[in-house]
Design a protein around this ligand. Structure first.
Ligand SMILES: Cc1cc2nc3c(=O)[nH]c(=O)nc-3n(C[C@H](O)[C@H](O)[C@H](O)COP(=O)(O)OP(=O)(O)OC[C@H]3O[C@@H](n4cnc5c(N)ncnc54)[C@H](O)[C@@H]3O)c2cc1C
Length: 402
C-alpha cells in the first residue's frame, strides 16, 4: 500500500479538516471519540448524551456524513472506501464525537444489502436522523458464540409471525424503538437453515425488557422476554429461513466497526500527559514504579501495529475484496490492546486508580477505574477473542477445525 494520499484523497482530507475546524462545537473538542480512557467512556446517562449530540448530528447529516459510504439516495454521500477511511481518521484526530451508533454501522448497511425497498424507505432516513434507536436481539441465554443454536421460536399465523423466547445482553433495548431479531422458523431444518431475520417494533404487546447492570455500574444491556409477540410478515429481512446469511452480514459490519487506532493513540497520549502533569503528586505511580514507562512505550508501539492492521483491511476493501480473517484479526488485536491500555492507565495512578466515579479522592474523576471495568467486555461483545482466534486459525492459517 502507498501510505501517502493520492491527490484527490489529499483534497478530500483538506475538505474534512476545514469542515471540522469550522463546525465542530467547541465543547466537544478534547472529548475522545474512539478513545476509551480520558473522557471517552464515562458511563454517563445515554439519553442526555444523545440530546447533547443533536446539533452536531444535524451538521453531519446536512453533508451526508453520518453514513458517508451509503448511497446518496439513502441519505449518504456515496463516498468510496478510502474517503470513508480518511473521514474516520480526521474525525478521530479532531476528537469529534461519533453519532451513528449501531443503526448506521450495522443495521442500515444490512438493510441496504438485504432489505426490500419498503424497508429501506421506512427505516434508513430515520436511522440517519437519529429519530429511531435500534437494538440487536441475537444472543440468548444458551446461544452466544454458537449463535445458530438459538431457540426463540417464530410461528406463522395468518399475516403475522408469533414470537416466543428470550434474548439477553441486548444493548440499549430499554431505549430502542426497533429490534433486529433472529428467531427459529423451521425447527426441523439444520440449525443454520431454519432461522429468520425480523424487524420487531419494541412497543408490540408481549415484550418485557428487564435491565442488567454491568460490572462498571452502567445500565447498557438488558434481558428481553418475548411472549406471543406478533410481527407482520413484511418485517422479514430477506427470506424466511435464510436469516443466518443476512445476520452474518450484520456481524461483519459489527466487527469491522470496533476499535479505532487513532482513538487508542489519543488515549495513550492522554495517560502520558497525565504522567507529566502529575509528576510530583501522589496519584502518579511513575516514581514508585518506573516500569510504567516501559508499559507506555509498549502501548504506543502496539497502537502503531493496530494502525497497520486497519490499513490492511481498508486496502483489501479498496480493491473490492471482503476482509474475512483480517477483520477478525483486527477485532481481536484492537480489543485486547484496549484492555492493556486500560490496565496501564490504571497502574499509572497507583493505588488511587482503584477509586471509581463519585469518590472525591478519585484521580481523573474516576474515569480510569470505570474504563478498566468496562474494558473487560471488549473481548466478549461482537464475538469473543477465542472465536476470533478460531477464525484466524482456520481461515487465515488453514488449520484443521478440531
Ligand atoms: C457489553 C456487551 C454487549 C452485548 N450486546 C449485545 C447485543 O446488543 N445484542 C446481542 O445479541 N448480544 C450482545 N452481546 C452478547 C455477545 O455477543 C455474547 O456475549 C458473545 O457472543 C459470547 O457469547 P456468550 O456470552 O453466550 O458466551 P459463550 O458463547 O457461552 O462463551 C463462553 C466462553 O467459551 C468460549 N467459547 C465458546 N465457544 C468456543 C469455541 N468454539 N472455541 C473456543 N472457545 C469458545 C468463549 O470464548 C467464552 O470465553 C453483548 C455482550 C457484551 C459483553
Amino acid at each position: 500500500m502507498d501510505f501517502r494520499d493520492q491527490p484527490d484523497e489529499a483534497a478530500f482530507r483538506g475538505e474534512v479538516r476545514e469542515f471540522l475546524d469550522k463546525e465542530l462545537p467547541e465543547r466537544f473538542r478534547g472529548i475522545a471519540s474512539g478513545g476509551m480512557m480520558m473522557g471517552g467512556g464515562e458511563g454517563g446517562d445515554m439519553r442526555s448524551r444523545f440530546e447533547e449530540l443533536r446539533e452536531w448530528r444535524k451538521k453531519l447529516s446536512d453533508k451526508g456524513w453520518i453514513a458517508p459510504a451509503w448511497p446518496k439516495e439513502y441519505g449518504g454521500a456515496g463516498l468510496g472506501v478510502m474517503e470513508q477511511f480518511i473521514m474516520n481518521e480526521e474525525m478521530a484526530e479532531a476528537r469529534a464525537p461519533q453519532v451513528g451508533g449501531m443503526g448506521t454501522s450495522m443495521i442500515g448497511p444490512t438493510l441496504i444489502i438485504h432489505g426490500d425497498e419498503a424497508q429501506k424507505k421506512e427505516h434508513l432516513g430515520r436511522i440517519l436522523s437519529g429519530e429511531v434507536q435500534w437494538c440487536q436481539g441475537f444472543s440468548e441465554p444458551g446461544s452466544g458464540s454458537d449463535l445458530a443454536s438459538l431457540q426463540t421460536r417464530a410461528v406463522r399465523d395468518g399475516d403475522d409471525y408469533v414470537i416466543n423466547g428470550q434474548k439477553i445482553w441486548t444493548s440499549l433495548a430499554h431505549m430502542a424503538k426497533n429490534m433486529i431479531l433472529l428467531a427459529r422458523t423451521d425447527p426441523d431444518a439444520p440449525k443454520h437453515k431454519g432461522i429468520t431475520y425480523f424487524i420487531m417494533d419494541m412497543k408490540s404487546p408481549g415484550i418485557n425488557v428487564r435491565p442488567l447492570m454491568n460490572m462498571a455500574g452502567s445500565h447498557e444491556f438488558n434481558e428481553v422476554f418475548l411472549d406471543n409477540v406478533r410481527v407482520p410478515k413484511e418485517n422479514i429481512i430477506g427470506e424466511e429461513n435464510r436469516g443466518w446469511y443476512a445476520a452474518m452480514t450484520t456481524l461483519d459490519f459489527e466487527r469491522s466497526a470496533i476499535g479505532s487506532a487513532i482513538g487508542m493513540k489519543q488515549t495513550v497520549e492522554s495517560i502520558i500527559e497525565y504522567a507529566r502533569d502529575h509528576d510530583s503528586d501522589h496519584t502518579s505511580a511513575l516514581k514508585v514504579n518506573p516500569m510504567v514507562r516501559y508499559e507506555l512505550t509498549d502501548r504506543l508501539l502496539e497502537v502503531e501495529i493496530a494502525r497497520m492492521f486497519s490499513y490492511r483491511v481498508v486496502t483489501l476493501q479498496n480493491r473490492g475484496l471482503i476482509p474475512n480473517y483480517e477483520a477478525s484479526l483486527m477485532k481481536l488485536y484492537n480489543t485486547e490492546l484496549n484492555q492493556r491500555i486500560a490496565r496501564t492507565g490504571l497502574r499509572m495512578l497507583g493505588m488511587y486508580g482503584q477509586l471509581d466515579r463519585g469518590s472525591e479522592l478519585a484521580p481523573n474523576k474516576g474515569r480510569n477505574c470505570y474504563t478498566f471495568l468496562r474494558s473487560v467486555a471488549y473481548t466478549i461483545e461482537g464475538g469473543t477473542s477465542e472465536v476470533q482466534r478460531n477464525i484466524v486459525a482456520q481461515r487465515g492459517l488453514g488449520l484443521p477445525r478440531d
